[in-house]
Ligand binder design. Structure first.
Ligand SMILES: Nc1ncnc2c1ncn2[C@@H]1O[C@H](COP(=O)(O)OP(=O)(O)OP(=O)(O)O)[C@@H](O)[C@H]1O
Ligand SMILES: [Mg+2]
Length: 378
């Protein structure tokens, strides 16, 4: 490690700049970091890891990971995969539970240490992705109440609504021009209510029909739609990875997801004070991104990511904690259903959504499953 310090010192201009001891840096990190050797013995733990595991460094030095967790814990699988593939793998929403340890929903990142074959560096955190997942899970409950309401609305509102719309249309053709405007207003507002009810109906708990979907076709479809309508004034950038495999998804629902995110981005950059409104669509492949499959101990790989980024003012602070809940909006005419629908669809696909927002840069990142051999056989 002193070689690292020497090099960093050189990079920082040599004389006068000295970095602290790397062990001290590791110790000061507020994130639990653990180094396991090839036999899963605790070679190094930082202070945050001692607190996280509830055991002192001295105590841990006598232990192996097997002493803390049962052998079927998915963390062992992650560690073996890191050793086998020699790449960094992150696992979200892990439960580290045993008589000694009670940690749920933890994100663990495992990295190989090429200098020490068999060693694995584990970084554990209640990371933003895990929190996003929490929000999604919490949101599912909310979505369910919307489902019930949507069914009632569809039943009780849609029929009389079509009557109102029809009557307004009849009036339009028989009244004078002054009143025609009013009749048109009734028709337009009836349409708006129908659209809202239609959107709420999308929360239904129907099984989704999936096929192999080319994510770039979905993105391009939405981009063209946006640029010929609500985003005509906005500059789009596409940073696509052309080698991506197809995602295992319902195409129409993915379009709905991307459309809602692009629409939000377009609305964000249309606000006053945004000088060069821009939306960037990025795709890529990332190894080792996995989440738990609800109701099983299995893990689902989510190697494909899509990022929708804008340079608007960012998500208002007060609504961030409730972002994915239905009816949360900061817009005078917004329904607040867009993001809750997005989270529901992504959740139904077994995917994950992360948000990172600050003034001038808001990013919604989707992690999606790709077609596997098993899916292709279906
Ligand atoms: N890219 C973004 N930049 C800034 N704020 C955003 C962004 N995306 C969403 N938001 C905030 O999140 C809120 C909720 O978004 P959501 O799409 O769920 O509803 P909405 O856009 O207000 O209404 P709807 O989508 O139903 O027309 C928005 O009102 C806005 O305050
Ligand atoms: Mg919206």
């Amino acid at each position: 490690m002193s070689a690292v310090v020497a090099r960093a010192t050189r990079l920082l201009g040599g004389k006068g700049v000295r970095l602290a001891d790397p062990a001290a840096i590791l110790g000061a990190l507020p994130v639990p970091v653990v180094l396991l050797d090839h036999g899963n013995r605790f070679r190094h733990v930082n202070h945050a890891a001692e607190q996280f595991l509830g055991i002192s460094a001295v105590g841990l030095a006598q232990l192996r990971l097997e002493d803390l967790l049962p052998p079927d814990n998915p963390l062992f699988m992650l560690i073996e995969q890191v050793r086998g593939t020699e790449v960094t793998i992150s696992d979200h929403d892990l439960n580290l539970e045993s008589p000694r340890l009670h940690k749920r929903g933890i994100t663990v990142q495992g990295s190989p240490l090429p200098e020490e074959p068999g060693s694995v560096l584990l970084v554990m955190q209640d990371a933003s992705a895990a929190r996003a997942l929490d929000r999604q899970l919490a949101f599912r409950g909310a979505a369910r109440s919307v489902t019930g309401m949507a069914a009632i609305l569809a039943h009780e509102v849609k029929n009389p609504l079509s009557g109102i719309r029809g009557a307004a249309q009849l009036l339009e053709s028989s009244v004078g021009s002054a009143d025609r405007e009013l009749a048109e207003l009734i028709r337009d507002e009836a349409d708006r209510i129908r659209d809202l009810v239609d959107r709420m109906e999308a929360f239904g708990e129907k099984p989704i029909a999936r096929t192999a979907v080319n994510i770039h076709r979905v993105l391009e479809h939405v981009r063209k739609l946006a640029q010929s309508g609500f985003a005509a004034h906005i500059k789009f950038h596409e940073l696509y990875d052309p080698s991506l495999p197809p995602v295992w998804a319902n195409r129409d629902q993915l379009i709905q997801v991307v459309l809602n995110l692009v629409k939000n981005a377009a609305e964000a950059v249309t606000q006053e004070g945004v000088h060069h409104p821009e939306i960037t669509l990025t795709t890529g492949f990332q190894h080792g991104m996995r989440v738990a499959i609800p109701g099983s101990t299995g893990r689902l790989d989510l190697p494909l990511f899509v990022v929708i980024r804008d340079n608007g003012h960012g998500i208002p602070e007060d609504i961030r904690p409730h972002l994915f809940e239905p009816f949360v909006t900061s817009k005078p005419t917004g329904s607040g259903l867009g993001l809750s629908l997005v989270a529901k669809i992504i959740g139904d696909h077994g995917g994950l959504i992360e948000v990172d927002s600050r003034p001038g840069r808001t990013e919604f990142r989707l992690h999606l499953p790709v077609v596997t051999e098993k899916d292709a056989d279906q």
